[in-house]
Design a protein around this ligand. Structure first.
Ligand code: NAP
Ligand code: F7E
Length: 331
């Protein structure tokens, strides 16, 4: 009998890649979606529509990370073998505007799922989408599984809370609960307000004469950017281990936002300095200046390592946005 996985945040960037991956592994995949006034399943619609995806078994259920009863009911009915908890208010800048909501959904949402597991009397393997934002004002370079946390945003604080709860449910109840401490990972499916996608969309629009200027905040911040499609495989590998644990998932390279800009404009033969303007509204009250992860534990234990590095990532995102803008019907 095939395994059953439940994915929160299935409509997001990572959720969509993970759903594809799990379906290809033969899983029955269940996802929680929120009711919205417009369609919010654009990233997973092809999993229903593609006639080449054989025997797809994808099921969507309405629910919300703020609604414990819906979570308990769902777990009671489904009794999944694995839970990938990816749902969150995931935007760092926005978390300064809505700190209470971010704490509730990104932080307490994890308790709601973990308690729903206990309440429903199930024993699934559990993945928590922890983040390099927990390192914040970094205590060491590069960051590893033992680097202390110093979050710099309500989002980072909520993720630290959820991280420790995951550890606590492992220690207190013997749950196979794992933290993937993922550094920034991007793709053509990245939300349009995160800096990489904001840049690659603008580069494509400027190249095609549809836009002139791009407004950005701090260009000096450095990030360890990898490819989302590869990172979701690491999530799955964690749940295939005999013992639960915590892992850093990263490329081991760091680049500034300015370098990302240079590379993206270079892909289409344009000079970024002619198009980019500063707007203070995109700056954060407190910034994370430098992130670079050491993924050697993931390589040693999980056999996972990144293949797509910085330049290839920028190129594949720019190419995809050019293609999408030229053929909007394919969106
Ligand atoms: P994303 O694209 O922003 O997706 C977030 C998902 O959470 C969406 O499916 C969203 O649903 C759902 N969600 C938001 N609020 C919810 C609520 N109240 N109830 C139920 N679902 C809700 O994020 P991502 O980039 O795929 O990241 C996945 C997870 O990894 C997140 O937890 C994020 O914080 C974490 N993470 C991301 C990165 C990264 O670089 N991408 C790195 C480390 C950790 P809608 O579609 O309805 O909005
Ligand atoms: O910002 C700077 C900004 O919003 C990256 C989330 O997935 O990764 C993500 O968080 C950097 C920051 O990602 C703009 O100040 C400049 O230094 O793309 P971002 P993030 O904050 O690193 C982590 C790992 C997560 O866990 C999160 O969920 O870029 N920046 N100008 C800008 N950022 C944005 N968004 N927009 C700008 O105009």
């Amino acid at each position: 009998m095939s395994k059953k996985a439940l994915v929160t945040g299935i409509t997001g960037q990572d959720g969509s890649y993970l759903a594809e991956f799990l379906l290809a592994q033969g899983y029955e995949v269940h996802g929680i979606i929120r009711r919205a006034s417009t369609f919010n399943t654009g990233r997973i619609d092809h999993l229903y529509q593609d006639p080449h995806v054989m025997g797809v078994r994808l099921f969507l259920h309405y629910g919300d990370l703020g609604d414990s009863v819906s979570l308990v009911k769902l777990l009671y009915e489904l009794r999944p073998d694995e839970i990938y908890h990816l749902g969150a208010q995931s935007h760092v800048r926005v978390s300064f505007d809505i700190p209470e909501y971010t704490s509730d959904i990104t932080g307490v949402g994890t308790v709601r799922i973990l308690e729903a597991i206990r309440e429903a009397g199930v024993r699934p393997k559990f993945y928590q989408a922890s983040s390099s934002e927990m390192f914040g004002k970094v205590a060491e370079v590069p960051q590893t599984e033992t680097t202390p946390f110093h979050p710099r945003s309500p989002y980072g604080c909520a993720k630290v809370f959820a991280y420790w709860l995951t550890v606590n449910y492992r220690e207190a109840y013997g749950l196979h609960a794992n933290n993937g401490i993922l550094f920034n990972h991007e793709s053509p499916r990245r939300g349009e307000t995160f800096v990489t996608r904001k840049i690659t969309r603008a580069v494509a629009a400027i190249k095609l004469g549809m836009q002139e200027k791009l407004y950005l905040g701090n260009l000096d911040a450095r990030r360890d950017w990898g490819y989302a499609k590869e990172y979701v495989e690491a999530m799955w590998l964690m749940l295939q281990q005999d013992k639960p644990d915590d892992y850093v998932i990263a490329t081991g390279e760091t680049h500034s936002v300015r370098e990302f800009l240079e590379e993206a404009f270079h892909c289409v033969g344009l000079d970024w300095q002619k198009h980019v303007m500063h707007d203070i509204k995109y700056e954060r009250p407190s910034e994370v200046d430098l992130l670079i992860g050491n993924p050697s534990k993931a390589k040693r234990v999980l056999g996972w390592e990144p293949k797509i590095k910085f330049k290839d990532l920028v190129r594949l995102m720019v190419d995809s946005d050019l293609e999408t803008l030229k053929n909007p019907e394919k969106r």
